[in-house]
Design a binder for this molecule. Structure first.
Ligand code: ACO
Length: 311
């Protein structure tokens, strides 16, 4: 690569300029973005599955309407993100094939099961809460189309977080069984939510370079800490106990100290050993196969239109 071009690119990034699709960029920058944006898109799409599972069992019409809207938002997020990745010269087909073949990653969090209705609240509150923490800084990521996609996504994620908290608030004010259900959900989703931020900074191969290129604006550990600091008081408000005996407020640091994450579990789930990894991928592949007729009909329609405009 031309060193003058590289230097100019690094200068533009350091000056907080957005890089746009037709601008020159180093191949490694393009590759990192395709990797991160496509993984992000896959997470949004696979993320519809654990919640979709509860649509037919929502306890009221209002809750069903909220859940349906939220899941549709996630589909939209996936589509904006696939579009943003396509501006880097990769095709939707390639990205989807990478997901279906098990080559592409998606967030570990979506390989955990949703066992009770309280899990829907915990996903909104914790999983979407963690997603916002990570995505608000991405509104200023250095690649223009990714940054712009994040603006609307963050607004919608805020609604998702609020509806989850509101669902749990209703449960903790309900019967003792309902409160216990909320506590059980927090117990199961807390640690996997902390894992969403990725490996610790000193074991994160991509962080240093992505920070320099301003793809990432904050490191995995910084965002994880911010999430813990924001979420613990919310758990207190709900009257629920965070399942971490080491969790304590550290006056000196001005942050919560928290216990060791089970990184062996994290890496196992990243490798595809998650409790539901196989089911999730099968559901995506089946949806793709069952939708083949729609794609064929769209192609046939387009061909017919093209013929008409020739005539
Ligand atoms: N689940 C699955 N894989 C993960 C996770 C996770 N929670 N965290 C890290 N990894 C993977 C990385 O993708 C990377 O794999 P690769 O190099 O083979 O592609 C590897 O572990 C090492 O991690 P890092 O070096 O820290 O990778 P990176 O700099 O990409 O940081 C992060 C990971 C923080 C997830 C980043 O990619 C990011 O901010 N992505 C955008 C947000 C996103 O994808 N959110 C998805 C969940 S939120 C939602 O969809 C509702």
């Amino acid at each position: 690569e031309d060193p003058a071009k590289v230097a100019r690119f690094e200068e533009r990034v350091a000056a907080d300029e957005f890089i746009e699709p037709n601008d020159w960029m180093p191949e490694a920058y393009r590759k990192t973005l395709v990797r991160q944006i496509s993984q992000h898109a896959h997470s949004e799409i696979v993320g519809m599955l654990p919640e979709g599972n509860w649509l037919t069992r929502a306890p009221s019409l209002a809750r069903k309407a909220i859940l349906l809207a939220k899941i549709q938002d996630e589909a939209g997020h996936g589509l904006y993100l696939y579009c943003a990745a396509e501006t880097l010269g990769t095709s939707r087909q390639e990205m989807i094939e990478a997901l279906h073949s098990g080559k592409a990653k998606y967030s570990t969090i979506f390989n955990y099961p949703t066992l009770t209705w309280a899990d829907i609240g915990a996903i909104g509150w914790l999983v979407d809460g963690a997603a916002i923490m990570n995505q608000v800084p991405l509104q200023r990521t250095s690649y223009g189309p990714y940054a712009r996609a994040m603006v609307r996504i963050c607004k919608e994620e805020s609604f998702h977080q609020r509806q989850g908290f509101d669902l749990l608030l209703q449960l903790v004010n309900g019967t003792p069984e309902q409160k216990a259900m909320a506590q059980d959900a927090l117990g199961r989703w807390w640690w996997p939510s902390l894992m969403m931020f990725g490996p610790p900074d000193d074991q994160s191969p991509n962080t240093a370079r992505s920070m320099r290129w301003r793809i990432k604006r904050e490191t995995n550990d910084e965002l994880r800490q911010r999430f813990v600091d924001a979420t613990v008081p919310q758990a207190e408000l709900l009257g629920l106990k965070v399942p971490d005996p080491d969790l304590t407020w550290n006056e000196e640091r001005g942050h919560y100290d928290f216990g060791e994450i089970d990184w062996a579990e994290f890496y196992a789930v990243v490798r595809g050993d998650g409790p539901l990894a196989k089911e999730r991928l099968k559901a995506r592949r089946d949806a793709w196969d069952q939708g083949a007729w729609v794609r064929e009909a769209a192609d046939a329609y387009e061909a017919k239109q093209a013929q008409r405009s020739l005539a």
